[in-house]
Design a protein. Structure first.
Ligand SMILES: [Fe+2]
Length: 327
């Protein structure tokens, strides 16, 4: 799981401030009135601009607060912030005062055959109510069944039966949150015999049925293409770009046991040139879109991430200029 909030040692004043702001009420965390007002006052920071964003890691906090870098927005992993209080929330609230925020979840298991975890959904709603993110996204996959949970995001077959389940789950999430969400293309390890649709056809149908948007993860496109033997360019060329509201630009996929023709997902290294190429191709079709520099493991120094964000901003600027010229 990426972008761990981890543990940290709060100062007494930090803890007191946090405790005063939030109270627990059964399973749900209720946002205190002062915090709601504070977020509301930041309404001008709610939209996610078509710029580079960075996955917020607590290790970046001091650099961000001290220097207020020109980063367009930050993204958090929803599951890292589902507890009521503590230093992670205290720091995130400070970040939110100055930057737009996006929330990315991996725990709803929208591809499961069974019902959604209602308590988890309520925790996600509480988090969204608390921080008013500009975008909320979930991964297309499943990670639990019958009350058991796996620390994996698993792919699913693409057919009418799974389409029905996925759309019902997205409907339920969107109704609960009172907003539309984005669904992210997963990384897969091959194709299922029971699939009768391509992933692009499946996601296009999901968008048409639920009205959700899409999060295009170009690293996942590359990993899936390598594992399935399909063309990453073909995937990008057929993807319904008009519904893409965010792009994930992940780190370089690691070779599994250094075997060059089989890859697993990792976001633990810098962005590989091949992934940059796929990203540029996506921009040429989609136009400039909010793009997350996605790190999860071995998170580097802030200066490294900031430089990568700068490179993405330059590309997005160029894309916008080219679009203006051809308009
Ligand atoms: Fe991603």
């Amino acid at each position: 799981m990426r972008r761990g909030a981890g543990t940290d040692i709060a100062s007494d004043s930090d803890e007191k401030a946090t405790q005063q702001e939030f109270v627990r009420s059964g399973e749900q965390v209720v946002c205190a009135e002062s915090a709601v007002k504070e977020v509301a006052e930041n309404a001008g920071l709610d939209g996610i601009p078509a710029r580079a964003g960075v996955g917020f890691d607590l290790a970046f906090y001091q650099d961000i607060i001290d220097h207020r870098p020109a980063v367009g927005w930050f993204e958090i992993l929803a599951e890292d912030y589902m507890e009521a209080g503590g230093l992670p929330h205290h720091k995130l609230r400070k970040i939110r005062e100055h930057y737009p925020l996006s929330v990315y979840g991996v725990g709803m298991s929208i591809g499961s055959h069974g019902p959604l975890d209602k308590a988890h959904l309520l925790r996600l709603k509480t988090l969204c109510d608390r921080y008013q993110p500009g975008l909320v996204s979930e991964h297309l996959g499943w990670s639990g069944l019958g009350g058991m949970y796996l620390n994996e995001l698993l792919p699913l077959p693409y057919n009418d039966r799974t389409l029905e389940h996925v759309c019902a789950h997205i409907d339920e999430i969107q109704t609960c949150l009172g907003r539309s969400i984005l669904v992210e293309n997963p990384s897969t390890f091959g194709t299922f015999l029971s699939s009768d649709k391509s992933e692009v056809e499946f996601l296009s149908a999901v968008v048409q049925i639920t009205g959700c948007g899409l999060l295009l993860d170009v690293n996942n496109v590359y990993v899936s293409a390598v594992n399935s033997g399909l063309s990453a360019d073909g995937y990008i060329d057929s993807f319904p770009m008009t519904h893409v509201e965010e792009i994930h630009l992940g780190a370089r996929p690691l070779g599994r046991n250094e075997v060059p023709d089989s890859f697993e997902v990792s976001h633990a290294r810098d962005v590989a040139e091949i992934v940059w190429q796929i990203y540029r191709r996506a921009l040429s079709r989609a136009g400039a879109k909010p793009t997350l520099i996605e790190w999860s493991n071995d998170v580097p120094a802030w200066s490294v991430v900031a430089e990568e964000a700068h490179q993405v901003d330059l590309l997005l600027e160029l894309t916008e200029k080219n679009d203006d010229r051809s308009a």
